[in-house]
Design a protein around this ligand. Structure first.
Ligand SMILES: C[S@@+](CC[C@H](N)C(=O)[O-])C[C@H]1O[C@@H](n2cnc3c(N)ncnc32)[C@H](O)[C@@H]1O
Length: 458
């Protein structure tokens, strides 16, 4: 880091704000996107030769991690929960495939959760078989799964690899005992090492770790040890997430003691330390919070401006549209966000009635599409090419964003961006405050003022 981050910049920009895994952000979505709207979009999709990314949500976890902000359902390890879920999931997949009307090509398949490996080996095999029956799954594409190192077995990993899965992401979070105690999640180094070794032996093409900074009891020193241990295992990719503390959405986060959290200064310090260590160990920094070995596809995609951002965070975008199946899953197709019902009993009920289990969504206006493009450019590439904007939208960037000139001027003054006639380039300092830079282009925040619905940006 060549630019020192002074405390006043941190204080000024440490506000609540979106992570921009979507624009417009989820609080702006509404029940106006119904099952009927979704069906029409699926039918339109079926008339095109667009390719798909398919996300499958498996909500179950055996134990609650107190930091967790994902959609999960805690259940004891018992096949019956997976059985009941698969029955409904298969039905939903059939409804989706029938609305599309033909076998659409899937170039990227991702099982997320919750914990997808909560399913038994047989259940996972049936889920993949069902997916291949309804969609034309390109098994040379990216076939990825999130695993929990505490519960995944070598034998499950073997089954997954044999069936074509080539990328594994695992929740590592932190190896320090007091941090693991505080968040109710123990996965010591040896355990993660064993799972990583199994993945390597099975020749998974990419092994990815998730880490979180900002957790209770974390300090520079403790996290340095975690990072050193992580580096010895050489994961291909690392997602280093800023802890999202959103107790108004995730009640169980109140089990965490706020006084144990590192303060904003310390949190940023922990991130900077980890970042430097990864850079010194041959990793490339990818956009806001990822690191990848230079040989990894994500590093290549970042360098070639092919990186993309969606609900999964950063991803390499191999397909035109994005479908989500399973409780709470999100899709984006035909310029429309669609989210499934978030409560499991209601999801089951809708599917039993033969309805697409849609809860809400957002059809993008032209202004939404324009701003989404700018925010994606900033989040994924740290730059906006005004000429490209002009050729895509047939509008002058400076004229369209006349109201945003004040925000940009502040960003320039604070050394977060450099603006020329043709480009906006985010500086190294600005990369740490990229969410704040994007917030200036968010028309909904302008309407609402700075919102209390999001986690803090630093
Ligand atoms: C959907 S979770 C599934 C991971 C997998 N089931 C496991 O527990 O190992 C994916 C990742 O989201 C991240 N995550 C969850 N809650 C978070 C929060 N509140 N703030 C930041 N990251 C979070 C964690 O790093 C987690 O590994």
């Amino acid at each position: 880091m060549t630019v020192p981050i002074d405390k006043s910049t941190i204080l000024k920009y440490d506000v609540q704000g979106p992570r921009y895994t979507s624009y417009p952000t989820a609080p702006e979505w509404s029940a106006g996107v119904t099952a009927a709207v979704y069906k029409d979009k699926l039918t339109a999709l079926g008339r095109s030769d667009k390719t798909l990314s398919l996300y499958v949500h498996i909500p179950f976890c055996e134990k609650l991690c107190y930091f967790c902000a994902c959609m999960k359902v805690i259940r004891p390890a018992d096949e019956k929960y997976g059985e009941e879920y698969l029955t409904h999931l298969f039905k939903e997949m059939e409804l989706v495939a029938s609305a599309i009307g033909r076998k659409q090509t899937v170039r990227q398949l991702h099982w997320g959760g919750g914990t997808p490996t909560f399913l038994s080996e047989g259940q996972m095999q049936r889920l993949l078989a069902k997916t291949c029956e309804l969609f034309d799954v390109d098994l040379t594409g990216e076939i990825a799964i999130e695993v929990d190192p505490r519960t995944v077995t070598a034998s499950k990993l073997k089954v997954l690899r044999e069936r074509g899965f080539n990328r594994v992401s695992m929740g590592v979070q932190d190896f320090d005992d007091s941090v693991m105690d505080a968040v109710n999640r123990h996965q010591p180094f040896e355990l993660v090492k064993n799972v990583t070794d199994s993945c390597r032996a099975l020749k998974f093409e990419s092994v990815n770790f998730d880490l979180i900074y900002g957790l209770p009891h974390q300090t520079r020193e403790t996290f340095q040890d975690t990072v050193d241990q992580v580096i010895t295992l050489k994961p291909d990719r690392i997602a280093l997430y800023s802890f999202a503390y959103v107790p108004w959405l995730q009640k169980h986060q109140t089990k965490l003691v706020q006084d144990d959290f590192p303060n904003t200064d310390a949190k940023l310090d922990i991130f900077l330390l980890a970042r430097q260590k990864f850079l010194d160990s041959g990793y490339q920094a990818i956009a806001m919070d990822h690191f990848a070995l230079k040989t990894d596809e994500m590093a290549r995609a970042f360098n070639e401006r092919r990186l993309f951002r969606n609900f999964m965070g950063y991803t390499v975008k191999p397909a035109d549209e994005y479908l989500g199946v399973g409780v709470s899953a999100i899709g984006f197709l035909e310029n429309t966000f669609v989210q499934n019902i978030k409560a499991l009993p209601e999801y089951y009920k809708a599917v039993q009635q033969g309805d697409l289990p849609v809860e809400r969504g957002k059809e993008l206006s032209e202004d939404d599409r324009i701003r989404r493009w700018v925010i994606l450019q900033l989040m994924c590439h740290f730059s906006v090419d005004k000429k490209q904007f002009c050729s895509l939208f047939d509008k002058s960037f400076d004229e369209y964003f006349a109201l945003e000139q004040g925000h940009l001027a502040h960003c320039v003054e604070d050394h977060l961006v450099v603006e020329t006639d043709d480009t906006i380039e985010v500086t190294e300092l600005g990369q740490f405050f990229i969410r704040n830079v994007c917030m200036g282009f968010d028309a909904y925040l302008r309407k609402d003022g700075v919102s209390r619905r999001f986690s803090r940006t630093v």
